[in-house]
Design a protein around this ligand. Structure first.
Ligand code: 3PG
Length: 210
């Protein structure tokens, strides 16, 4: 799964309020060329949305984001998500996903957290909240010492069309994530063509440098 994910430079971070929007949202992403999605466990609709997207679009890499509580960990593994992410690094979560054979990408913001992630055999780490933590310059400096170990980063939080390529140009960054690709408001408003266009824009821009 990690190898599959490493091929995808852009990950849409989704907050979905109504599980009925799951399939049209996934269709809008796929229409734009995006076959990966992170559905955050921040809403009551997350479980059903993850389940429906997994069932309807087996070609999609379906990840769960904001996996924080043991209940959310269990839900994600029961649903059979392809990967999970969290804003922070919880060793129990990492180990439970590893025991299930499912990729988990914990969030880090400091060198000590990066080293903890490496010690737990996490080869991909989420740098969160990227913008507020110092942006591209911070990630460049914080990730540089660990580049030789092969660990790769996915910055999220404040990443957008204007700065995504600055992050992607760092050798330690394999992907960026962002909610701008399909905002809560756009999903609620069923603006599927807008979402498709945003995805196309982001993928075209990523293609300029990778
Ligand atoms: C995340 O969980 O990764 C972030 O909330 C996404 O951040 P953004 O809304 O700034 O893109």
């Amino acid at each position: 799964m990690l190898n599959e994910l490493l091929k995808r430079p852009v990950i849409p971070v989704i907050v979905i309020e109504d599980a009925n929007d799951a399939e049209p949202l996934a269709e809008a992403l796929l229409a734009g060329g995006m076959d990966v999605i992170e559905v955050t466990c921040r809403t009551a609709a997350a479980e059903e949305a993850l389940t429906r997207i997994k069932q309807a679009f087996p070609e999609m890499l379906v990840g769960a984001g904001t996996v924080v509580t043991p209940e959310q960990v269990k839900m994600c593994l029961d649903v059979g998500v392809n990967f999970g992410l969290a804003p922070g690094l919880n060793p129990d979560t990492v180990k439970t996903f590893q025991e299930a054979g499912t990729l988990f990408i914990p969030g880090v913001m400091t060198p000590s957290e990066i080293e903890q992630g490496i010690a737990l055999d996490c080869n991909m780490l989420k740098f969160f909240p990227a913008g507020a933590a110092g942006g591209v310059n911070m990630l460049k400096n914080i990730s540089g010492p660990y580049a030789s170990l092969g660990v790769r980063f996915c910055p999220t939080g404040g990443v957008n069309l204007d700065n995504m390529n600055d992050y992607l140009s760092l050798p330690t960054v394999s992907a960026i994530g962002g909610s701008w690709l399909a905002t809560k408001r756009q999903i609620a408003g069923k603006q599927w063509d807008v979402i498709t266009r945003q995805v196309q824009e982001a993928l075209a821009q990523a293609a300029e440098i990778i």
